[in-house]
Design a protein. Structure first.
Length: 646
């Protein structure tokens, strides 16, 4: 299997004369896959039920002749103007009741049966026409589901939400109980009285908000399923995907990943951010976790600047390549861009492309061509199936808990992603290879598992964590875990549910350190923590204490056998110290990566990527697959990469 290389290709933005040049330049660049037609609905179906495939026939023929395969989009991400003019009820409505207009993209209500009907009609026509086209490699279903409109609050959505609630609760009394509607006179006598959580005078019902998030992710997934069902019926042998957006809160990707033939992701870290490579590494590890040890595809990235930040930094020479290898090292077998040819008109005219406005005598184009040649050379060399290496550490990630934790009216404002990143950094800097896992996942293979701020947790999830520790696994549970159940009902009597026994403690009171950080003393110290609470040990050993603040002198970190509790929002030094302490007790002596240098082992190969301004000298034996030279002693400049095969 080749390593896929290419990008979104939007030939409809260009006169036909340009298409031949596209095909020929794609060959020059080593492009072997083009994502075609993502935003082509209005050109494929210019009028209701009238299809125009002639231009796409020509495009696909040209690609085929050039040896470029097609990642053919279903083109449903931006409904054409005639459709929303004819059926304005397809247009989505915000929580404040504003109906969004045409003239942009993604202007559809995910629950609209009309939208789905028109979308699947187009998909059927595309699948029937191109299902056996020799260029067709894969289907690209819709595009970035939920990117702009992840929730719709219109009347159609309201009715769909009611139906979803009826299915879930059976009776309105079931809903009343789950939502705690005795509070603030919210008791419902019938499902007809229930609405999406539209703008309201003040705090909305938390369980209603949570169910609306569940419903919202589900409705987007239903849109995907409707298209996928058509494709699987008409073209059962063609794999399909839809492009994820990394740590994207509105869509529960654990649910989604199961439905794709392979995972793909869009990735736009900020080139100006010195630490962006860490976020990019973490996202790529998330994709590897979601992909379930199948290869995945980096479906979109920018060759250089984007156009949607207040300041759009250009990538530095080599940065795009280095960030791409972060993906390949983590089992991506496709490196794609948005987009092939930089647009001259439209909202993304200043977003970089593989072929820049200024043509081929440019840095970006040269990098694109050189990297394409490199990937072509690697295609036969890198394994095409993935046998994931053993991974030592797991970070528990749960979308439902994310939605619940970041609601308003919580004990404090916590960024869930911030917590995940901080633990990811602490683990990877200690040399641990990390996987993200669902709280219900089999944890038995991991040496250490952290559940950071798992605010909402089912009894089954807490039992799963408890069982892992009971069987000898090293478990780190942090503050604000197991506070509420799946209906957002508080676990009274000290929170944590079954984990109280595992951890040997209960929690008396939260004492957040609003604006007055405290420190920790004891086995593990931490410079500045922003959360404290009153922990009541019931068998646990106190490892560290708060030195100041309302919980001063009380436990901040405890252990109970192999189960650790962290009652503080540890600063980076505190997390690092805790991880070191734990590795010491486990007797795990791992090679530490140098700061700013990644060392990722994948099957037979170790990828070394230097993100530092200063050069780094490789200290591994073997041959560098990229230069053919002995690896040891190779000097990697900033953004330099070596793939060392022993
Ligand atoms: C997303 C979209 C693309 C494009 C890029 C720009 O990833 O899928 O169509 O808008 O963003 O960065």
């Amino acid at each position: 299997m080749p390593i896929w290389y290419g990008g979104d290709y939007n030939p409809e933005q260009w006169p036909r004369a340009v298409w031949d040049e596209d095909a020929s330049l794609m060959r020059t660049a080593g492009v072997n896959l083009a994502t075609v037609g993502v935003f082509s609905w209005s050109r494929l179906e210019p009028r209701d039920g009238e299809f125009d495939f002639e231009w796409l026939d020509v495009v696909l023929e040209k690609l085929h002749a050039a040896g470029v395969r097609a990642d053919l989009a279903t083109a449903t991400a931006s409904p054409p103007p005639w459709l929303t003019l004819k059926h304005p009820e397809i247009l989505p409505v915000t929580a404040s009741g504003v109906r969004l207009s045409t003239g942009s993209r993604q202007q559809y209500c995910p629950s609209s049966p009309l939208y789905r009907r028109y979308a699947t009609r187009l998909v059927t026509a595309l699948a029937e026409r191109y299902g056996s086209h020799p260029a067709l490699q894969m289907w690209h279903v819709n595009n970035e589901y939920g990117c702009h409109v992840s929730r719709c609050y219109c009347d159609v959505s309201a009715e769909a939400f009611r139906g979803w609630l009826r299915d879930k609760y059976g009776t309105v009394e079931g809903l009343n109980h789950a939502w705690g509607t005795a509070f603030w006179s919210q008791h419902y006598s019938s499902f007809d009285e229930v609405f999406p959580p539209r703008d309201a005078p003040t705090f909305k019902n938390p369980a209603q908000l949570l169910d609306f998030d569940r419903f919202g992710s589900h409705e987007l997934l239903e849109c995907f399923r409707a298209e996928a069902a058509v494709l699987r019926q008409v073209t059962p042998d063609i794999p399909l995907t839809t492009n994820f957006m990394g740590f994207f809160k509105p869509a529960n990707y654990w649910e989604w990943a199961k439905e794709l033939d392979f995972v793909s992701d869009d990735s736009y870290p900020d080139p100006a951010d010195e630490t962006a490579y860490l976020h990019s590494a973490m996202t790529r590890d998330l994709m590897r976790s979601l992909a379930g040890d199948k290869p995945w595809v980096l479906m979109e990235q920018a060759t250089s600047a984007v156009n949607w930040r207040p300041q759009n930094a250009a990538k530095r020479p080599g940065q795009m390549r280095a960030w791409s290898y972060q993906a390949i090292a983590r089992e991506a077998r496709g490196i794609m861009y948005f987009q092939w040819r930089q647009s001259i008109a439209g909202a993304e005219q200043f977003h970089s492309g593989m072929l820049p406005h200024s043509g081929t005598d440019t840095r970006v184009w040269r990098e694109v061509v050189e990297f394409g040649a490199e990937l072509t050379a690697l295609s036969g060399v890198l394994p095409s199936t993935v046998a994931a290496p053993p991974v030592e550490a797991a970070i528990v990630l749960d979308w439902e808990s994310w939605w619940a934790l970041e609601q308003p009216a919580r004990p404090t404002r916590i960024s869930y992603q911030g917590q995940l990143s901080a633990w990811y950094r602490a683990f990877t800097q200690a040399g641990l290879r990390v996987r993200f896992v669902h709280p219900g996942a089999d944890l038995s293979g991991f040496r250490v598992v952290v559940a950071p701020t798992l605010f909402l947790a089912t009894e089954a999830s807490l039992d799963n964590l408890a069982g892992y520790a009971r069987d000898g696994g090293t478990l780190i549970v942090t503050f604000q875990t197991g506070i509420v159940d799946e209906n957002l009902r508080v676990r009274s009597g000290g929170y944590l549910g079954p984990l109280q026994r595992t951890l040997g403690l209960w929690i008396e009171e939260f004492t957040p350190l609003a604006g007055h950080p405290a420190a920790l003393a004891g086995t593990v110290t931490s410079s500045s923590v922003t959360w404290s609470e009153v922990v009541r040990p019931a068998g646990a050993t106190v490892e560290s204490e708060f030195t100041d603040g309302p919980a001063a002198g009380g436990p901040a970190i405890t252990s109970n056998g192999t189960a650790w509790y962290v009652a503080a929002d540890l600063a980076a030094d505190g997390k690092a110290a805790l991880v070191e302490t734990i590795l010491g007790r486990l007797g795990l002596d791992l090679p530490r990566p140098a700061p700013g240098v990644e060392r990722i082992t994948s099957q037979a190969d170790t990828y070394v990527i230097n993100h530092n301004p200063l050069p780094y000298v490789v200290e591994l034996d073997g041959t560098d697959l990229l230069t053919g030279k002995p690896a040891r002693g190779l000097e990697l400049p900033q953004y330099g990469v070596a793939i060392v095969r022993a």
